[in-house]
Design a binder for this molecule. Structure first.
Ligand code: ADP
Length: 400
């Protein structure tokens, strides 16, 4: 019998999972996969711990019309293929923990009800995150389930970083800067502590640049401020999300263009960012490969905004000891890294052109006033670690 932790990352159009075998204090990935294209072009893909393909199955749209159908297909696949593996707990990525949850939490009915109250704060994600928790609680009420939040890492923010310049009662009602990508920042900060402890305890900016993108300022490994705020729309532009925007534009679209709030929401989440700016693609690879001026503009806009955000966060930190790139773009696009650091050269950051793109983690040239790193993120492993730690704490509490 082998004990494992299952990690679930469920969204509205995809559901991903990763299974980790518990090996003493370590967690070894043994299966990973998921269902994507729910309701349009559904497919189920699973690989084993070494990356070998175990399943690659396409479905008709009608066979997997919604997230709930996808969960059942996935659960059936897992039940048939788990062999001698025993899942001892399930860790879930939950986007919103509101102002309450500064730590991962074991889910019971009261917690689930509380998490449902945050649905209006993240309508696109929260519902999809909670759905599999509910289904699993019905099927396997004995199985411990743990919610790990994208917001928790930012809950220790000073008040200055948590507020909007709006009437005070709105803050009390929950209109505040929550911040996201916390599991990624926590993982990367932990890796930095292992590989460069001398800077990890200092002033660090991490740029999580994926299809969603944000930056975080950390002092002594703790989040001080971040660019996403009340929703995952704020901050730097993203694949299809607009990033920071004059709120007057939203008023204009509703009042003078006659758009409904839902139409505006759709535009800001799905038609803006790199896609909106270029009119071509939300994918940085396609934009870098294009010779169209709109593509060049979108890339230049993205790099400029990321550099500006880094500079603003350095103000919060009172300086900068290290700048870290992570996530799809941050890890894989040397040209984007080059341009962002070039925009920060006034602050004394110098990138080594030899190191950038060579596969090494440390990218600053000698004489750079801050270290520059690229560190791959692993949000699923962070969730698995949190889940294991919480189980251990509960077990030692029960023994005490
Ligand atoms: P998420 O997990 O938020 O879906 P990722 O962190 O996987 O996103 O990042 C996805 C994005 O990373 C893609 O949209 C693409 O623009 C970018 N990306 C991935 N590989 C490369 C690459 N080799 N060069 C440039 N951009 C890349």
């Amino acid at each position: 019998m082998r004990d494992s932790i299952l990690v679930v990352n469920a969204g509205s159009s995809s559901i991903k999972f990763k299974l980790y075998r518990i090996e003493g204090a370590d967690l070894a990935p043994s299966l990973s996969g998921g269902m994507s294209g729910i309701g349009s072009t559904p497919s189920l893909k699973v690989t084993d711990g070494s990356g070998a393909l175990l399943e690659d199955r396409r479905f008709e749209a009608g066979e997997v019309p919604d997230a709930s159908a996808a969960q059942h297909h996935l659960a059936d696949w897992l039940l048939h293929h788990l062999g001698d593996t025993t899942v001892v707990a399930v860790g879930h990525r939950v986007v919103h923990g509101g102002a309450d949850f500064a730590e991962p939490v074991l889910i019971d009915d009261a917690v689930l009800r509380r998490l449902e109250t945050f649905i209006p704060l993240a309508p696109l994600h929260q519902l999809g995150n909670l759905d599999p928790i509910r289904v699993l609680r019905q099927r396997r009420p004995d199985l411990p389930q743990v919610a790990c939040f994208d917001t928790s890492f930012h809950r220790g923010h000073p008040e200055l970083s948590d507020r909007f310049a709006l009437p005070r009662f709105l803050h009390d009602e929950g209109v505040r800067r929550y911040g996201f990508h916390g599991l990624s920042y926590e993982y990367v900060a932990g890796r930095l502590r292992e590989i460069a402890p001398e800077v990890a305890s200092g002033r660090v900016v991490i740029a999580h640049l994926g299809s969603g993108a944000s930056l975080c300022a950390l002092k002594e490994g703790r989040s001080q401020e971040t660019t996403m705020s009340f929703t995952a729309l704020d901050g730097v532009p993203m694949g299809t999300r607009c990033g920071a925007l004059d709120p007057g534009v939203v008023l204009h679209l509703i009042e003078h263009r006659g758009m409904t709030p839902a139409e505006v929401g759709h535009m800001l989440y799905y038609e803006s960012g790199l896609l909106g700016l270029s009119g071509l693609s939300n994918d940085v690879r396609a934009l870098l490969a294009s010779d169209r001026p709109e593509a060049a503009l979108a890339v230049a806009f993205f790099c400029r905004r990321v550099a500006q955000a880094a500079a603003a966060l350095a103000v919060t930190l009172g300086g900068l000891d290290a700048f870290v790139f992570t996530a799809g773009i941050g890890e894989n696009a040397p040209e984007i890294r080059r341009r962002i650091i070039a925009d920060l050269s006034w602050a004394g950051l110098i990138l080594s052109n030899d190191a950038n793109g060579s596969g090494v983690a440390r990218l600053d040239a000698s004489g750079s006033r801050a270290q520059i790193w690229v560190i791959p993120t692993d949000e699923e492993l962070m969730i698995a670690k949190h889940t294991m730690r919480l189980l251990d704490r509960i077990a030692s509490g029960a023994r005490a």
